[in-house]
Design a protein around this ligand. Structure first.
Ligand code: AMP
Length: 215
């Protein structure tokens, strides 16, 4: 199964991905995570995309599609969550082609619908564990010890693009390049919208219901 999680930055795609992986054993393709790992490891690709990615703008389609194709080569087969990809119509069309070559297709697209005010509140209060990637919110989901992960006590960090200035750029990119995908997948009858303004457990109940076929 190929499941796309569509939504603005901080709409909960990453958090729900972790829950889906734990409950249903999907494999996770997060293009944002792959890019950040390349930047941290100072790979040739990471060095090339660091500036543009950390500015909040989208990395050019050709580079992203190449990166995804390479990543797929090293992935064992299984159900896939696509998190943060596709983000443009061109990427969506390319993904259709890539999947078709592998006798596969998109099965379900969940669109996480969140208010802009909520997104900004989530982004500026987001803290992430340097070790396990667990995400916290300083208002709604505080770590027990300030600056430390509840799960492994590792330090928490702030993403370079989680600033008020950068989230404005990211939202603009989302509106112009990614929002058209809502119609793209609506037309194919694969899109289901969920209200993602609520807390992560309420959203999880809905996502789990969808994946259990109760929709
Ligand atoms: P994310 O972690 O999904 O919010 O992605 C972080 C950043 O990585 C984005 O702001 C982009 O600069 C870049 N990025 C991630 N996925 C894509 C994509 N599918 N297309 C273009 N840029 C991407």
């Amino acid at each position: 199964m190929n499941l796309i999680l569509l939504g603005a930055p901080a709409s909960g795609k990453g958090t729900q991905s972790i829950k889906i992986i734990k409950e249903f054993g999907f494999l996770h393709i997060s293009t944002g995570d792959i890019i950040r790992s390349n930047i941290n490891n100072q790979t040739e690709f990471g060095i090339k995309v660091k500036k543009i990615s950390e500015s909040g703008k989208l990395v050019p389609d050709s580079l992203i599609i190449n990166m995804v194709s390479e990543h797929l080569k090293n992935l064992k087969s299984g159900n896939l969550i696509w998190d943060g990809f596709p983000r443009t119509i061109f990427q969506a069309e390319s993904l259709d082609v890539i999947l078709k070559k592998n006798n596969s297709k998109i099965d379900l697209v969940i669109n996480f619908d969140v208010l802009e005010t909520k997104i900004i509140e989530r982004v500026v209060n987001r803290r992430i564990c340097t070790k396990c990637g667990e995400s916290y919110n300083l208002i709604s989901n505080k770590p027990k010890t300030n600056g430390k992960c509840n799960l492994d006590n590792a330090d928490l960090y702030i993403r370079k693009d989680d600033t008020l200035e950068k989230i404005k750029v990211r939202l603009e990119q989302y509106k112009t390049s990614t929002m058209p995908l809502i119609n793209y997948y609506k037309k194919s009858g694969k899109l289901i919208k969920i209200d993602a303004n609520e807390n992560e457990e309420t959203i999880w109940t809905k996502v789990k219901g969808l994946l259990n076929g109760n929709y």
